[in-house]
Design a protein around this ligand. Structure first.
Ligand SMILES: C[S@@+](CC[C@H](N)C(=O)[O-])C[C@H]1O[C@@H](n2cnc3c(N)ncnc32)[C@H](O)[C@@H]1O
Length: 207
């Protein structure tokens, strides 16, 4: 999908739906927070949420004292909604409107978090673009926490086709620069009570 039509799709989603009217809404992003704690990220760690959208992860990270948080999303509408929710606390994070497949990371982060953005990349060239940015944007020894739909998860999200992964498939896709540390399945309950199976995988950047 072209970057502009992707952006139009997501801006329209965030302009037309409330935070809790999208299937991926979580009141509390507990699986992500648990994994961020498990990798031992200190509050001073530079952490970026790729495709963070209107997720409350940033709120919880601020609450936990994280002081170097960046939220990146293709949709300006998503980030505006998140900033409005945070009010004055929005100044405690950095905000980037960018396409994860083409942006130029201005620095390298300690933690790269992505819940349900990478799985939209159904074109090989887009995945290659994303992985090149992951290599530029994550320190050697840093951690990538990537959550996608599981192999038996939904085939679509927000009306768009997705790629589904287990940890081995995601490890093969990322390539040899990343060591799989752990993975877990997560049964996400949508706001209307249906189930979506996610796969959370944690990698260390080794080269
Ligand atoms: C299903 S939502 C998940 C949002 C958030 N991570 C969460 O867990 O609530 C996918 C998000 O990825 C963003 N996104 C999709 N493709 C993207 C891309 N190529 N670059 C940056 N963001 C993208 C969308 O705008 C949307 O906010």
């Amino acid at each position: 999908m072209e970057s502009e039509s992707r952006q139009a799709h997501w801006d329209n989603v965030y302009a037309s739906k409330a935070e809790n009217e999208v299937s991926w809404f979580q009141e509390n992003p507990a699986p992500s927070l648990a994994l961020i704690a498990e990798i031992g990220a200190a509050p001073s760690a530079a952490i970026i949420d790729i495709g963070g959208g209107a997720s409350r992860l940033v709120d919880h990270l601020i609450d936990r004292g994280f002081s170097d948080i960046t939220v990146l999303d293709l949709s300006a509408a998503a980030l505006e909604a998140t900033k409005a929710r945070l009010g004055q606390r929005a100044s405690r994070a950095h905000w980037l409107v960018a396409d994860a497949t083409t942006w130029q990371p201005p620095r390298a982060y300690d933690v790269w978090h992505d819940r349900a953005a990478f799985h939209f990349l159904t074109e090989e060239s887009d995945r290659a673009g994303y992985i090149a940015r992951l290599k530029q944007g994550l320190k050697i020894g840093g951690h990538a926490i990537i959550a996608t739909f599981a192999l038996d998860g939904p085939e679509k999200c927000s009306g768009l086709p997705v790629m589904r992964y287990d940890a081995a498939r995601l490890a093969r896709t990322l390539g040899p620069g990343f060591r799989l540390l752990q993975s877990q399945r997560n049964d996400h309950a949508t706001p209307w009570g249906s189930q979506q199976l996610f796969q959370f995988s944690v990698f260390e950047r080794v080269e």
